[in-house]
Design a protein around this ligand. Structure first.
Ligand code: ZN
Ligand code: ZN
Ligand code: FE
Length: 747
């Protein structure tokens, strides 16, 4: 048996029946973490002597195709040994086996062998070595195999520095004392940094409101939801609504953060309801996960639940080593539970939600990266650089796409450096030199500038919303033309305006904009994103009658009345007030109209509040209008804005108005697609864009389209937000290469 660049090679010799049984069993019951994508069988000369089972050393030419595995949560067997006082790994925070443990985050180079991981520094003791070499052992060939005698160790590091040389000191060593001291700190309301698989977490007691407030203040994260880690499923069930499928996701080896719904207040224990509003102030949803390393299990057995958030300040990349830890240890954390196994590449937790029985990724990272995503076409190696926010990059080889872990918002220079490292990392792991570099059309995105500075590769610019739709198509193996509905925040439009409410007829190679949301001015540009009430003002000014326009300052409680003339001037003269057809800005405007538009501290905050209060059941949609503008359909929500203002004046319940608004978007998207179908004869609709993270809107829109007889495709493998853009860029670039271009392009 041998790991080779193209997979595992097994030489088996024996009678025809025995070998046949071996092959059948391999297919029917492959080893737990094996995935058989293809099986090729060929005859070879009989060597005739009984040979012992042996695994041959890997050749040096291995690469991702041979399977660089994602990190795996601690398995049930290891969990049982961890709490068994008779086991030699009792209480050992680095227990792992062939079925579990770190992979992607400890591998320096392929092929995946211990000497090329950050476990190379630890020499296996005779006991571990015996397990490692015994084919009958669960730890046979488990590269990170370790025990208390030979493996990594934890230590608790003090947050405050010594007076003499300003160094942080080790407070406690050894699993028992270090964990006990950490638990004491958490019980006293302190903040602890914990070294995980892909980086440090910051955690505190989820039942201690003051501790959560303190964590938010120190981390500069005033309102965005925080994830909670629970010791076990039973505990989650006490606090959250959970389906069988959600439970399966939580206990899967990928161990993602799963977004659940809090139980109604009445049912919540008084203990945690104390922290509930501090954990997720804007929504009834909460991201929860289960311990996925032995260290988590040991810690959570003593204190649970814990708020667990990535170890960074604001939007910087997650800290992965001692140097990066120093930025949060002290300023944010009182102490750090750390260890001496290096994290080779950082990797944040994945976040997903189950919507209509399907995965909706909000972030695809640890546990899923670097699994390949199959593309419906192949070609030379492509590097796709992604967009500016929630950046990921994608490298292709053949018909496989490798989407990177979450990198972050590139306007932070540390995130941009991480972006550059990841581009090099993925190219090196795949052993490819990209012949094509695909990029967004926005000239100021750092990812675009990086692409344009590359020489020796062909550059292919891909429009932002075409990339969104192409990502959805690629996931589903679609290459023929579809109707693409991209509801998004911001994307560069070739006409010089900001797009984001787009109806495209698209194949992978090209697209035509057949419809869009009616555009409005964004007074102050990006400032109109940070202050959603500015968008409400802009919509109001354009759509309301003279009387209502005069009342706008009174209607918009979050708007400073003195600012109105300035904003009105910007809009009238078109100075620092770009046009946008963005669906995200429409959600902002409506949220602000309903009094939810105070300045936001994180992306989509106003829209999240709007979704949270929405009660759509039995509420009819508001009126809207489909007009023809320059040969394309223009969807105007002016009539809806007027009707919502009338409802507000009539004191209609805001939950009803918000619900009616969601119904309106779903209805209008459905009717637009019907109009497009009349001319284009297309039955397939692909939905993408960051606004479809709103699962209420996604469900209403999907149902409305199905009712009208469409086949509806939405994301299941990558996020609908800009975290999935790179996959779409890569697919478009491949489709544009000669030979893949459709002969009779209709664009
Ligand atoms: Zn295990
Ligand atoms: Zn050992
Ligand atoms: Fe986008």
């Amino acid at each position: 048996m041998r790991n080779t660049p193209s997979g595992v090679v097994i030489e088996a010799e024996g009678g025809a029946v025995a070998v046949g049984r071996f092959v059948a069993q391999l297919q029917a019951q492959p080893p737990k973490q094996a995935r058989i994508e293809a099986l090729q069988i060929s005859d070879m000369p009989v060597c005739g002597r009984p040979a012992p089972f042996e695994i041959k050393a890997s050749g040096r030419s291995g690469d991702l195709q041979a399977g660089m595995p994602p990190d795996l949560a601690t398995c049930a067997d290891c969990r049982a040994e961890l709490v068994d006082p008779k086991d030699r790994r009792f209480g050992y925070p680095f227990i792992n086996c062939t079925n579990c443990g770190p992979r992607f985050t400890i591998i320096r180079e392929l092929p995946y062998d211990r000497e090329r991981t950050s476990m190379a520094e630890f020499r296996m003791c005779p006991n571990c070595k015996r397990e490692f070499e015994n084919p009958a052992d669960r730890r046979f060939d488990a590269q990170p195999n370790a025990c208390p005698v030979c493996g990594p160790q934890i230590a608790l590091i003090n947050g405050h520095r010594t007076a003499e040389d300003g160094r942080q000191t080790v407070k406690a060593e050894g699993p028992t004392t270090a964990i006990q001291e950490a638990v004491q700190l958490l019980k006293a309301g302190g903040i602890l940094a914990v070294k995980g698989v892909g980086g440090y977490h910051l955690c505190c007691n989820a039942a201690n409101g003051a501790a959560i407030d303190c964590l938010r203040e120190r981390k500069h994260r005033p309102a965005k939801s925080l994830a909670i880690m629970f010791a076990g499923l039973d505990q989650i069930k006490r606090y959250c609504e959970i389906s069988a499928m959600e439970a399966r996701e939580l206990t899967d080896p990928t161990a993602p953060i799963v977004v659940l719904r809090w139980k109604p207040d009445a049912e919540l224990s008084s203990l945690l309801s104390l922290g509930k509003r501090q954990i997720s102030p804007d929504t009834d949803d909460v991201g929860v996960f289960l311990p996925y390393t032995p260290l988590h299990h040991l810690l959570l057995a003593e204190i649970s639940p814990l708020v667990m958030t990535s170890g960074n300040l604001a939007e910087e990349p997650i800290a992965k080593d001692e140097q990066e830890l120093s930025a949060i240890l002290g300023p944010v954390a009182n102490a750090a539970l750390s260890h001496n196994r290096a994290i080779v590449r950082r990797c944040d937790d994945s976040v997903l939600k189950i919507v209509a029985g399907q995965r909706l990724f909000l972030r695809r990272s640890r546990g899923f990266v670097p699994d390949a995503i199959g593309l419906p076409l192949e070609g030379p190696a492509v590097l796709a650089c992604g967009a500016e926010q929630k950046n990921t990059v994608c490298v292709t080889r053949g018909a496989q796409a490798f989407l990177s872990q979450h990198i972050g918002d590139l306007d932070d220079y540390r995130a941009y450096r991480f972006f550059q490292e990841t581009v090099e990392d993925f190219s090196a792991l795949l052993k490819v030199k990209p012949a094509i570099v695909a990029h967004d059309l926005h000239p100021d995105y750092l990812a675009t500038r990086y692409a344009l500075a590359q020489s020796g590769a062909r550059l292919i610019g891909v429009q932002h919303h075409h990339a969104h739709i192409a990502a959805c198509m690629a996931e589903h193996g679609l290459t023929e033309r579809v109707i693409g509905v991209a509801l998004d925040g911001t994307g560069f439009g070739p006409d010089g305006t900001i797009w984001g409410g787009e109806f495209l007829v698209a194949d992978l190679a090209d697209f035509r904009r057949v419809g869009h949301f009616k555009p409005y001015r964004m007074p102050g540009g990006a400032e109109a994103i940070r202050q959603p009430v500015r968008m409400a003002f802009s919509y109001g000014l354009a759509e309301l009658n003279a009387n209502d326009r005069r009342d706008l300052p009174a209607l918009l409680s979050d708007l400073d009345a003195d600012e109105c003339p300035v904003l009105a001037g910007m809009i009238a003269q078109g100075v620092n007030a770009p046009w946008t057809s963005s669906a995200g800005r429409l959600f902002d405007a409506v949220a602000a109209l309903l009094g939810l538009g105070a300045a936001i501290t994180y992306e989509a905050q106003a829209a999240i509040r709007l979704q949270t209060i929405a009660r759509p059941e039995g509420v009819p949609p508001y009126p809207y209008a489909i007009e023809i503008q320059d040969g394309a359909f223009q969807l105007s929500f002016g009539p809806a804005i007027r009707a919502m203002v009338a409802d507000l004046r009539a004191n209609v319940d805001r939950g009803r108005i918000a619900g009616g608004f969601h119904q309106t978007i779903a209805e209008a998207v459905g009717e637009m697609c019907v109009r497009i179908r009349e001319g284009e004869r297309l039955e397939r609709v692909a939905l993408s864009g960051g606004v479809f993270q709103n699962d209420l809107l996604l469900a209403l829109t999907t149902n409305g389209l199905l009712r009208r007889g469409f086949q509806v495709y939405s994301h299941q493998l990558v996020p609908p937000n800009d975290g999935g853009i790179a996959l779409g860029q890569a697919a478009v670039a491949l489709a544009r290469m000669d030979g893949n271009l459709q002969e009779n392009s209709n664009f």
